[in-house]
Design a protein around this ligand. Structure first.
Ligand code: T1G
Length: 699
């Protein structure tokens, strides 16, 4: 049982013990109910305390149970809370560290709540595409007021217990103790002090009104409209809280329950729950035990003070880790430092960073022109020119100067990490750390595992990624690793669509309607079309015969690299990001099409989206069966955090599962019949074909 029962004097203490966060899974729920029964049956017991072991009171319902019959199995959370409210003896919640979701709802069902300071209190269900389903939308407004409650429920954000305790007239906490250490004893004392108080207070009996209800909820609906694009839950939160102000408690609870169950079965919620677990699962490497010893990373060196090097350095400065930056020339260093300063000063100006924090971070940054000065760094990351010869020179230098045990990392985005490792005598200490630009902003970090990369190096960099607030995904070595290898196919399809009859704007609009922030052509203009141009030139040598549309090359030959040259697939007005369609580009595409003897055809948005997204799916299936990615959810994490795949779709493979792999394969068979496409590419990867034939999903 994951809830312990112990009697202290005449107080029974039920302790939730379901690590890591006391998720309210079935056995924990059963443990609470059993404890309540035992306490109510014991004449020596006068009052009851519920608390959580370890680092949380409770992180809420057990997300891992969702979608299984355990989640709804009695006693469900509403039944547990009813058992608390119907207890003959007062129940006191002793809250500390984390009280979230169902955990907070459990506490709201108690007669009293004693809290420690520093506890993160939240109803974050909206972040999972649902809303509080055990009375949170009905009880929280009754203890902190309608507006603060709705703000918490719609945002899902955590607020510290001491802040909530300051809300005027709040009835959330009956007592805020001085420190977490004092909680256990003070909760026991409080429970003794209320043992004979009757009637026992119930949150459900408190009034819940808003003086200008209709006007306020109309305002609230307007406010959530912006955040509700693609997500139904925020607007439903407003409906549930409004019900709390207009209906009797039991009816309001029924309204909440109905909305909760409906939202639970939406594709959006399945996607968000999938991503919640996927992001955390990404940090687990099948053959690297979680207790693998990690190397200390106390000092970092970054080679290259360009855009990437500067952004990479900022991640470590932000985490309080000193960085030494090396460049070949002083003016390059000066430029790099100036860029870092500019980035921080912009954050200070927007009040996103305090001046003293900015100065602290800059104080951690030092520069040098000499490799010898790097020798004491625990981790060095090179972010130099993406050319294997340059990497070779850098890694030979590093091998000569870095102390034994230092980790040597390359920020390469496509080059062979095994080759790079073999430029050194210590390939076991070499790893790829592929940051995404802008490196100080993008959450994704591809950790590229070389054939020789040591397990403790992997464990170290995965822990380091969490420290610098990156979502790290392990990739094997192949051209483009996970993300860039897949985007290659996506870009090829985008080019074929132009040859066959689309304009850049039509493709981008279809993909943006699907949910991408940017279609492939706007994205090319942002990243720089010359990057893809260079890769295609390299590919033409390494993989002759790979079929591409020539349009992107024709565009680059006109110097239209994108925003950086003021013009790409679109035109740009200086200082603005609006993509303005350009008639010459459209004509260039039409002329090229005519030169190929292609008669343009009308292509539906559905076909555009399917060809672009399913090209990601097929390439991902190859990546999985080659072992480049450890699991399907890792690939979804890469695409959500690094390539702007729409969150409400859960990632390319989650989306393929939602569509049905049989249907994906059927669509691919249609695409393979198109002579202007790449029929060979549309042969389903063996893994995809197998799963589709067996009616299974990517796991
Ligand atoms: N259920 C199951 N596992 C959970 C969990 C949960 N609610 N919360 C965290 N974990 C696991 C997580 O998967 C990871 O596991 C480990 O704990 C550490 O998580 C009826 C229906 C609590 C602030 O949305 O926000 O209640 O990878 O890396 O940074 O209305 O976890 O080690 O195997 O995030 O210290 C509502 C979600 C549920 C809270 C801790 N509750 N959790 O952060 O650690 S729905 C939530 C968090 C609900 C009711 C409804 C955070 C945290 P593993 P972590 P952390």
């Amino acid at each position: 049982m994951t809830a312990e029962y112990k009697v202290h004097g005449n107080v029974a203490v039920i302790t939730l013990a379901n690590p890591p966060v006391n998720g309210l899974g079935l056995s924990t729920r059963q443990g609470i109910v059993d404890g309540l029964e035992q306490a109510n049956a014991d004449g020596a017991v006068k009052s009851i305390v519920i608390t959580g072991a370890g680092g949380a009171f409770s992180g809420g319902a057990d997300i891992k149970e969702f979608g299984t019959d355990k989640a709804m199995q009695e006693p469900n959370l509403n039944s547990v809370i009813a058992a608390i409210e119907n207890s003959d003896k007062p129940v006191v919640a002793a809250i500390h560290s984390v009280a979230m979701g169902g955990g907070l709802e459990l506490a709201l069902g108690c007669h009293y709540r004693v809290a420690a300071p520093g506890c993160s209190v939240a109803l974050p269900e909206v972040k999972l595409g649902i809303l509080p389903g055990a009375g949170g939308t009905q009880r929280l407004p009754r203890v902190i007021g309608v507006e603060p409650a709705l703000n918490m429920i719609v945002s899902g954000e955590a607020i510290k217990s001491e802040m909530l305790a300051m809300l005027p007239g709040q009835k959330l906490f009956d007592k805020l103790v001085d420190s977490p250490e004092a909680l256990a004893a003070e909760a026991l004392a409080f429970a003794q002090s209320v043992a004979d108080v009757r009637p026992m207070p119930l949150v459900r009996n408190l009034p819940c009104k808003h003086p200008e209800g209709d006007a306020y909820f109309q305002f609230a609906r307007n406010m959530v409209k912006g955040m509700s694009k693609n997500f139904p839950a925020p607007a439903k939160c407003v409906d549930a809280v409004e019900a709390a102000t207009k209906k009797k408690f039991a009816d309001g609870l029924a309204t909440e329950r109905e909305i909760f169950i409906n939202l639970m079965w939406t594709a959006e919620s399945r996607s968000l729950r999938h991503l919640f677990l996927a992001e955390r699962a990404a940090s687990k490497i099948p053959d690297v035990p979680s207790d693998t010893p990690k190397r200390d990373i106390k000092a970092v060196a970054v080679i290259g003070a360009g855009t990437m090097g500067g952004g990479i350095a900022m991640n470590f400065l932000n985490a309080g880790i000193p960085v030494k930056m090396l460049e070949m020339k002083q003016e390059a260093l000066d430029r790099g430092i100036a860029t870092i300063r500019k980035n921080y000063e912009a954050q200070v100006a927007k009040k996103k960073l305090k001046q003293d924090k900015y100065e602290q971070r800059m104080a951690l940054l030092s520069t040098t022109l000499s490799y010898d000065d790097l020798k004491d760094a625990d981790l060095v990351i090179e972010a130099v020119f993406e050319e294997i010869g340059v990497k070779e020179a850098v890694f030979k230098q590093l091998d000569a100067v870095m102390k034994p045990g230092a980790i040597l990392a390359s920020n390469t985005s496509t080059l062979d990490v095994n080759k790079i490792a073999n430029f050194t005598q210590r390939p076991q200490d070499v790893v790829g750390l592929h940051f995404f630009s802008p490196a100080n902003v993008m959450k994704l970090l591809e950790v590229v595992r070389g054939a020789a990369t040591a397990k403790d190096v992997l464990a170290t960099v995965m822990a380091m990624a969490k420290k610098i607030k990156k979502t790290a995904v392990v990739s094997g070595v192949c051209d483009g690793f996970i993300g860039n290898r897949m985007i290659e196919q996506y870009s090829r399809q985008a080019g074929f669509l132009l040859d066959e009859g689309c304009t850049p704007a039509q493709v981008d609009k279809a993909v943006e309607k699907f949910g991408f922030a940017m279609g492939p052509f706007r994205m090319g203009d942002l990243a720089g079309n010359d990057i893809g141009w260079a890769i295609r030139k390299r590919r033409a040598i390494e993989q002759p015969g790979m079929k591409y549309s020539k349009t992107a090359d024709l565009l680059c030959e006109k110097g239209r690299y994108g925003q950086k040259t003021g013009a790409g697939w679109y035109d740009y007005v200086p200082g603005k990001r609006d993509a303005i369609p350009n008639a010459e580009v459209v004509k260039m595409i039409e002329d090229h099409r005519a030169s190929l003897g292609i008669t343009p055809r009308k292509i539906s948005d559905e076909e555009i989206v399917q060809r672009l997204v399913f090209s990601l799916v097929n390439e991902a299936a190859y990546i999985l069966e080659e072992g480049i990615a450890n699991k399907a959810s890792d690939i979804d994490v890469v695409y959500i955090f690094g390539y702007g795949f729409p969150v409400h779709r859960g990632g390319p493979l989650n989306y393929a599962n939602e569509v049905g792999l049989f249907n994906v394969v059927q669509a691919m068979k249609r695409f393979a019949k198109n002579p202007l496409d790449d029929a060979a590419f549309w042969k389903p990867a063996p893994l995809l074909a197998k799963l589709a034939a067996e009616g299974k999903n990517f796991q």
